[in-house]
Structure formats: C-alpha cells, structure tokens
Design a protein around this ligand. Structure first.
Ligand SMILES: C[C@@H]1CCN(C(=O)N2CC[C@@H](S(=O)(=O)c3ccccc3)C2)C[C@@H]1N(C)c1ncnc2[nH]ccc12
Length: 284
C-alpha cells in the first residue's frame, strides 16, 4: 500500500493512481508535452472511465512550475463552457504530475469542422461563438487571461456544446494592473495575438477579445486550413521577421478578410485597432 498523499491538503482534488491509468492513444501533442486518452480502470476489467490526461514531456523546472499553476487554474474553474477538471496523478517513477480532465470524444473544433463542416449551419456557428464568449466572460470574472484562445484549443462536447480547453498559458491579472506582461515570447503562433501582445508581450482581457475575433474568423471559415490565419498573413515570411511583418500589416489597418464561406446574413464587423469591438449582426 503506497503512502497516499495527504488527501486533506487537496481535499477538492481527486487523486488518480498511476497504476490504474492505462494510456489508449495520443489526443494531441505540443511543444511541452501531450494530452493522452486514458482509461482509469482500478477494477482492471475495462469498465473504468475514459479520461484525458495531460503531462509535461520535459521536466525543466520552469515548465513544471507553470504546469502546477495550470493545475491550480483549471481546478478552480467551474463553468459549462470550460473543460472539466477531474484530478491529478502523481507519477512516482517520473517525478512528474499529470493533469486528469474529462474526455470529450468529439475532440477539438478543428477536427470536428473537418468532419462535419457540411452540416454545420450558421445558427450552430453562432451558438458555438456565444458559448465560447460565455466561457471567456466567466474566465474574465475570475481575472484570468487565457492567452491561447484558438480553435485548436476549443473542445466539442456535443453537436450543440463547445468548451474552452487548455490553460497552459493562462495567467491571473494582478489586482492593481490591467494587463500581464510576459518575460519571454511564448510558443504559440502570433497570428492569434493582439498588436500589443506581438509588440510588447502584454496580455489582457482585451487581447483575449482580439483572439476571440480570430476564433470567429476560424469559425466562419469552418476551420478551413487554407484560410488559416497563418496562411492568410504570410506563410512565406520566415518566423524571425514574422512579428514585424504582422505588426506592419496591422498598423496599416490590414485585417483578416471576411471569410468567403461566411454566410451573407452574418456580418462580422470589427474595429480591430487598439480596442476591439467585435459584434455579429444578423440582417434578414
Ligand atoms: C483540444 C484539447 C486541448 C489541446 N490539446 C492538446 O493536446 N494540447 C494542449 C497543450 C498541448 S502541449 O502538449 O503543448 C502541453 C502539454 C502539457 C503542458 C503544456 C502544454 C497539447 C488537445 C486536447 N484534446 C484533443 C482533447 N480531446 C478530447 N478531450 C479532451 N479533454 C481535454 C483535452 C481534450
């Protein structure tokens, strides 16, 4: 009987024992780690629950501290439009902690749109957009800035429900400040970044709204890879000068074009300059 960690210290956290966590497949990989589909099967008869388990690949101290913060963040979020936290798993052998979340079989919005774009109507796109909005509103009420809002990090729970996933880059805005400034540029693509995030690494609720605008563009392009923001802005520019290229485009008031697949009755009007006003007006 291995010594169980002190349950009372993290009474709200459910501890999953690594020996019962069986990996089935990889759901996604990123720069620091991966998310795997696992079955938690204490009875060993395949009747256990399917769960999504996120773990760090490298055990660099910096990312471990970030990962602990991510676990703290996601375990404090309780919203229908945010992926549910289930608990943690201490993997004794590898000195690392794993984050256990609910598994949503439909996977990310990108994959869902690839398969089902033919029968996703405008109403459903607007429903998904409103749900992401509500999830972000809740996040803002908790003073969290997501910093990586993109269709790849949106999960599909059912044909009529999406949830915000992945809080690896989420930060809390200090009480006396309006924004969070990071020290080194992150790993996520800058095409979802607001101008002030690209130029000064400043992130705020407003920069999350900017990213929401990019997600709207992805939604109304049905996540069509050929219209992916990277493709539209400049896949031909090598990454080092990409930030300068993007900033110049934005300064000249260039904006992502209205997706051609965007139905005529939906107008996505945005004034993307410094403040971001994104509204969708339905005209009959
Ligand atoms: C869309 C989801 C988030 C993004 N993702 C992913 O693989 N990653 C997000 C972070 C990166 S990472 O590996 O870079 C990373 C690893 C550790 C620390 C920090 C970063 C991987 C795929 C997920 N996915 C397909 C899921 N599908 C079904 N049910 C689910 N429940 C929860 C997630 C999930």
């Amino acid at each position: 009987f291995c010594r169980r960690p002190n349950m009372f210290k993290k009474q709200q956290q459910d501890v999953f024992e690594e020996r019962y966590l069986r990996c089935i497949s990889i759901l996604g990989k990123g720069n620091f780690g991966s998310v795997e589909l696992c079955r938690y099967d204490p009875w060993g008869d395949n009747t256990g629950d399917l769960v999504a388990v996120k773990e760090l690949q490298s055990n660099k101290q910096a990312t471990m501290a970030d990962f602990q913060r991510e676990i703290q963040t996601i375990s404090s979020l309780h919203c229908d439009y945010i992926v549910k936290y289930k608990g943690i798993c201490y993997s004794a052998g590898r000195l690392s902690t794993k984050l256990v979340m609910e598994y949503l079989p439909y996977g990310s919005l990108i994959g869902y749109m690839e398969k089902h774009r033919q029968n996703v109507c405008t109403r459903r796109l607007l429903l998904f957009a409103s749900q992401i909005c509500k999830g972000m509103e809740y996040l803002q009420s908790m003073r969290y800035v997501h910093r990586d809002l993109a269709a790849r990090n949106i999960l599909v729970a059912s044909d009529t429900l999406v949830k915000i996933a992945d809080f690896g880059l989420t930060k809390i805005i200090p009480v006396d400040k309006e924004y969070y400034r990071v020290t080194q540029p992150g790993e996520s693509p800058i095409f979802w970044y607001a101008p002030e995030s690209v130029s000064e690494l400043k992130f705020s609720h407003k920069s999350d709204v900017w990213s929401f605008g990019i997600v709207l563009h992805e939604l109304f392009s049905y996540c069509d890879i050929s219209r992916n923001p990277k493709r539209k802005i400049g896949s031909y520019v090598q990454s080092s000068s990409m930030a300068i290229h993007l900033l110049n485009l934005l300064k000249d008031n260039w904006r992502l074009p209205m997706p051609s697949q965007c139905p005529p009755k939906v107008k996505i009007k945005t004034d993307f300059y410094m403040n971001v006003f994104v509204w969708v007006t339905l005209t009959n």
